[in-house]
Design a protein around this ligand. Structure first.
Ligand SMILES: [Zn+2]
Length: 169
């Protein structure tokens, strides 16, 4: 099932930098995850057991603002994300919402073109995970101010993916 809302992974350029030093200024510390299962923000899928990964601090709004010239000011924030410790191929199923487990809780935070928070909502992912996310993004982008939505896991606060307003919507 496809959707008009594209989940975005961390960009290759940012990944290359995070693999050296993260957005908190700490050196990357790779390790082998024997269990796997945590969300990979480079590939938008769970960590396969035995992959070499790192937990790094990532500031999505700051990096977006550096590209666009936006000024999120105090809305800038950083949080923990898992990434592959080595260069990887990225997402393979970009048309599916990643980490969409029915019953899981997410926050969907809405940002305007300046990078300021203009609202948000809690989402308990329903059985039809695609329809649930589609409806939540439709609701978010119904506000003309909203240009991007950040999806986070409620319990750990980690960013899962970002969706930008679709072209022409
Ligand atoms: Zn990866």
């Amino acid at each position: 099932m496809s959707t008009q809302y594209t989940p975005r992974p961390i960009e290759p350029k940012a990944l290359a930098q995070l693999r050296e030093r993260d957005d908190a200024g700490r050196p990357c510390v790779p390790y082998v995850d024997e269990e796997g299962g945590s969300p990979l923000r480079c590939c938008l899928r769970p960590i396969p057991a035995g992959d070499r990964v790192a937990l790094v601090a990532y500031a999505p709004l700051r990096r977006w603002a550096a590209r666009t010239g936006a000024q999120p000011g105090a809305y800038d924030e950083q949080g923990p994300v898992f990434i592959h410790a080595d260069p990887c191929a990225g997402p393979v199923e970009a048309d599916l919402y990643p980490f969409a487990r029915a019953g899981a809780l997410r926050t969907l935070r809405r940002y305007d073109a300046r990078g300021r928070i203009v609202g948000g909502r809690l989402l308990e992912i329903p059985e039809d995970t695609t329809a649930g996310f589609d409806a939540a993004f439709e609701e978010a982008f119904a506000d003309p101010e909203v240009t991007q939505v950040h999806v986070r896991a409620v319990e750990h606060g980690c960013l899962q993916f970002v969706v930008h307003r679709p072209e022409g919507a």
